[in-house]
Design a protein. Structure first.
Length: 376
């Protein structure tokens, strides 16, 4: 039995949200599409393995693999895949003289391999439907795509799904199942291959959008929601004031709750949030929010307001303040400049984005160190 091993691990995951409007349009019409999976890159490229593009028969597409440079050529291949139903591997090498053949002059100095496969109603638009269901439940999952095969019964483009019954018999092995679980757990896409195996499998994990909790739903929360929504984040707002906790004010939010700060832990599963920002502009409420967050496993806690206000709140927290050490970002936001609500929102979202993607490189400074207050 071949001993499979991991190769070329990539922290890039499949980002599904940009593809969903096109998928929904074509699925409602019963039309097939071509799904492009970036499975290998070398050198400098716009995207890395795990990125997706979805292409319709009329040439419209969602998702980017090259910043729009190669998508025109890729659409021609996609039409052939949709018409034939046969998966196709496309390679672009932009690292040498051949790059001029494309007439693009990109200067990327990289190469990429893209696997195009047909998705249609015959198999419920898999693997997109599976990813879509997982996205709705915020469940970390991964699928496998056969990219090379010498087994006629296992053509390129065959899928390994977590449900064994939905996969070809050759992919219903403990090794493949373990690979899918590992990719989902680690949030990494990778190759599973061995020289003695009749196929190689690209294992693609789903990128779950960050979940942001805004504690305080005043008017200045609206641009924070807008920026976060543009990034595909899921935003929940909570406020005890009926005039503020109004879902009509935040149409792009996932959830708007009317809740007292002391009831927050009983109302929400705080362990599911990537970050929380306290911005109620009400000192007693902010104190209650911080007390709740001190006992919760939210990795990033932002606090709006100047340093003296932060110090008063931390003093009032007493011994509980120590539980926020290393997590509290106060004043919240990168020092980008500007005082308009939109500028402050941009600074907040930028810092949260940096924390989510770089973690330890953007740890909270100790209280009193040189951060600039955004609100004086």
């Amino acid at each position: 039995m071949p001993l499979f091993s991991w190769h070329n691990r990539s922290r890039v995951q499949a980002t599904l949200a940009p593809l969903l409007p096109l998928l929904d349009r074509e699925r409602r019409a019963g039309r097939a599409l071509a799904l492009g999976v970036l499975v290998h890159t070398s050198g400098s490229t716009y995207q890395k393995p795990g990125a997706l593009i979805l292409i319709a028969a009329d040439g419209s597409y969602a998702g980017l693999l090259s910043g729009g440079c190669l998508e025109g050529d890729l659409r021609e291949h996609a039409r052939a895949v949709i018409d034939s139903g046969t998966a196709r591997s496309i390679q672009y090498d932009l690292s040498g003289p051949d790059e001029l053949l494309w007439g693009l002059g990109l200067g990327c100095e990289g190469a990429m391999r893209i696997l195009l496969l047909r998705v249609d109603a015959s198999d419920d638009y898999q693997p997109l439907s599976f990813f879509e269901s997982a996205l709705k439940t915020h469940q970390a999952v991964a699928v496998g795509v056969v990219c090379d095969s010498s087994d006629p019964a296992l053509p390129v483009g065959s899928l390994a799904l977590p449900s064994p019954a939905a996969s070809p018999s050759q992919l219903r092995t403990a090794t493949v199942r373990a690979a899918l679980l590992r990719a989902a757990r680690e949030g990494a896409s990778s190759w599973l291959r061995d020289a003695g195996a009749p196929f190689s499998l690209f294992v693609l994990s789903l990128a779950l959008p960050p979940r942001l909790l805004l504690l305080g739903a005043g008017p200045d929360a609206a641009p924070v929601v807008d920026f976060a929504a543009r990034l595909g984040w899921k935003v929940t707002l909570a406020d005890h004031r009926p005039a503020y906790a109004d879902a009509a004010h935040f149409p792009e939010a996932e959830q708007v709750l009317r809740s007292r700060p002391e009831d927050l832990a009983a109302t929400l599963d705080l362990g599911t949030f990537s970050a929380a920002v306290v911005m109620s502009h009400h000192l007693p409420s902010d104190l209650s929010y911080l007390r709740t967050l001190a006992a919760a496993p939210v990795p990033y806690v932002g606090l709006l307001g100047p340093a003296p206000r932060r110090e008063k709140l931390l003093a009032d927290l007493g011994a509980e303040a120590a539980r926020l050490r290393g997590r509290l970002h106060a004043p919240v936001g990168l020092a980008l400049g500007g005082r308009a609500p939109e500028a402050i929102a941009l600074a907040i979202v930028a810092e949260v984005h940096a924390f989510i993607h770089h973690g330890a490189a953007h740890q909270a400074p100790a209280a009193g160190q040189g951060r600039l207050a955004l609100v004086e």
